[in-house]
Write a protein that binds this ligand. Structure first.
Ligand code: HEM
Length: 529
């Protein structure tokens, strides 16, 4: 034993005597994880969260969350002598006076953008592969919570510097709060400590941004990962993989090395972007004054869809009993997002209700084999994308030489018409892909080699696919539709008949599939090849 090994052994023994950690570590460090590139998406969220905590802590050393009026006297000439809030002035100082400050601000902002991209793409992976099914519904709901908090946290973050852009965003948030019937104006007064913009809002959102929400994030992410640990990770179907086992590599050393390396890749990419790509150059916007707004004001991308929805709403208002109800803000700003996020959170339950499938699932679906789910996902994505596009309606209009009205009408009509089209097209695509799989199993792979038969006919030579591939393409389940009774044995409508009828209908739509190739069909055809 070398001296180094002896020292390491002594240290480990010392710790183990006092904590009993060795047994626990031995069990958990050898835990097996399945491998697929898409499982790294959750890790991107995790690592960018760590980067956010570190870079954010750096920023708190200099940022002054105060609305106190100061006269700018820093090194950025165009703003010299201007009155502004201490929050804005200190952000300018971080950018121009503090060594490495601008780099840290930009790393923090890029990390937030990557965090949100990571969350959304991770969510899509979980959704389209059906990883949210029993027993992972709670983790899905925690995920929806993290997504919602991420949006709020990001918004509060870019609202802190009190520049012209962020003040405009806060003004929209105030309008959305005010749109709540009856209590809205009181709530807005409460949040802002009086009339807009007041002195209280920035210090308040600062506490929420650096203390409350990061604390909740830490707690939720910990529970999220503990659940992944406890329930084990899902895996794609493959040789030897069943609903009851996990095929992959052990955490130590394979995943420790991979995860460690991947952290530095994420950190490297974020630092590179922070170093070379300007983000939120607040000195160009100037300090916030409620009477001004600059052309081309854009929120960060994860807020863009909400802004886009508000921008496309027609001017609808009702005046009743001395109150004004602003439907044009209430519907796009609160009701639609409420429906979207509630629907998202409840999706696992809605799907199992519709299919009647209450079993556990640890093997993932290929999106084509769940056409309805995939089509619903494409529909929701299309809705969000059209809204997001409209969030940049002014920029798109000037870039492509359109009028703002053309953009507006495209979005108003598109947001209603395009999602159902996306549903139908995606469902057909999934079914076609299922048909292609079936052909592949039955007739083999097209080789691209054309052969002329003695009769003069040209045929393409097909090559049988491997047994492994054939198994992969046929291992998925095809659920039969539900047949819930609508009448009792005497032919009389049962109570709950309408509910059963609806469930039967939905489940029938859900069960539409191209029958997968069976072994008998394959054997029969083998004789012909
Ligand atoms: C702060 C944000 C988040 C972090 C740090 C995070 C982290 C992770 C990690 C590291 C994994 C394991 C690797 C993987 O499957 O990618 C995971 C799995 C999972 N996540 Fe997230 N996640 C976040 C947000 C979300 C969101 C928004 C959802 C969905 C609404 C979600 C739902 C799930 C589910 C259901 C699993 C289990 C997947 C499986 O076993 O296949 N997560 N998460």
């Amino acid at each position: 034993m070398t001296a180094r090994e002896r020292i390491a052994g002594n240290v480990a023994g010392y710790v183990d005597d006092r904590t009993g950690a060795a047994k626990w570590m031995k069990k958990n460090l050898t835990k097996v994880f399945p491998d697929h590139w898409s499982f790294l998406l959750g890790e991107i969220c995790l690592y960018s969260f760590v980067i956010l905590l570190l870079s954010g802590t750096f920023l708190t050393f200099w940022f002054d969350p105060s609305m106190k009026e100061v006269v700018y006297d820093g090194s950025y000439e165009p703003l010299k002598g201007l009155e502004m809030s201490a929050a804005y002035a200190s952000t300018l100082d971080i950018s121009f006076e503090v060594r490495g400050g601008l780099l840290m601000r930009q790393i923090h902002h890029w990390a937030a953008l990557i965090f949100m991209v990571g969350i959304v793409v991770h969510l899509l992976r979980v959704y389209f592969t059906g990883a949210f099914r029993k027993p992972r519904e709670f983790n899905w709901i925690i995920g929806v919570g993290l997504l919602t908090l991420g949006i709020v946290e990001g918004f509060l973050g870019y609202s802190l510097p009190d520049d012209l852009l962020s003040g405009t965003g806060i003004r929209i948030a105030e309008a959305i709060i005010q749109a709540l019937p009856v209590v809205g104006s009181y709530l807005a007064f409460f949040a802002f400590g009086g009339a807009f913009p007041g002195e209280a809002f920035i210090p308040r959102i600062y506490t929420v941004h650096v203390l409350l929400l990061p604390g909740i994030f830490l707690a939720l992410i910990t529970v999220h990962l503990m659940l992944v640990w406890y329930q084990k990770h899902t895996q794609f179907p493959g040789p030897g993989r069943t609903e009851k086992n996990v095929v992959g590599y052990p955490l130590m050393p394979v995943y420790m090395a991979k995860a460690g390396g991947f952290f530095f890749i994420v950190f490297g990419v974020t630092a590179f972007l922070g170093a070379v790509a300007s983000i939120n150059p607040i000195w160009l916007y100037g300090p916030y004054t409620p009477g001004q707004i600059s052309a081309g004001s854009q929120p960060d991308w994860y807020m863009g869809w909400l802004d886009g929805l508000v921008r496309m709403a027609p001017p609808l208002e009702t005046h009743a009993f001395g109150y004004t109800i602003s439907w044009n803000i209430l519907i796009p700003g609160l009701i639609l997002p409420g429906i979207m996020f509630t629907g998202l959170a409840l999706y696992p339950f809605i799907e199992s209700w519709a299919t009647g499938d209450k079993r556990e699932h640890h093997l993932l679906d290929r999106p084509r084999n769940a056409p309805n789910r995939t089509a619903i996902g494409a529909m929701a994505l299309t809705f969000t994308l059209v809204s997001l596009l409209n969030g940049g309606n002014d920029i798109i209009a000037t870039t492509f030489d359109l009028t703002i009205n053309q953009m507006m009408w495209f979005s108003r009509i598109g947001v209603i018409v395009l999602p159902p089209i996306a549903f139908v097209v995606t469902k057909r695509l999934c079914l076609s892909l299922q048909r292609a799989d079936r052909d592949l199993v039955l007739h083999g792979r097209e080789t691209g080699r054309l052969v002329r038969m003695p009769s003069g006919e040209f045929v393409e030579v097909h090559e049988p696919i491997s047994a492994e591939k054939a198994w992969l393409l046929t291992s998925h389940e095809q659920l039969a539709p539900l047949e819930l009774p609508e009448h009792d044995s005497a032919g009389v409508r049962r109570p709950g008949a309408i509910k059963n009828k609806i469930r039967n209908r939905i489940s029938r739509a859900n069960a539409v599939a191209v029958p997968k190739a069976t072994a008998t069909e394959r054997r029969e055809l083998e004789g012909h090849h």
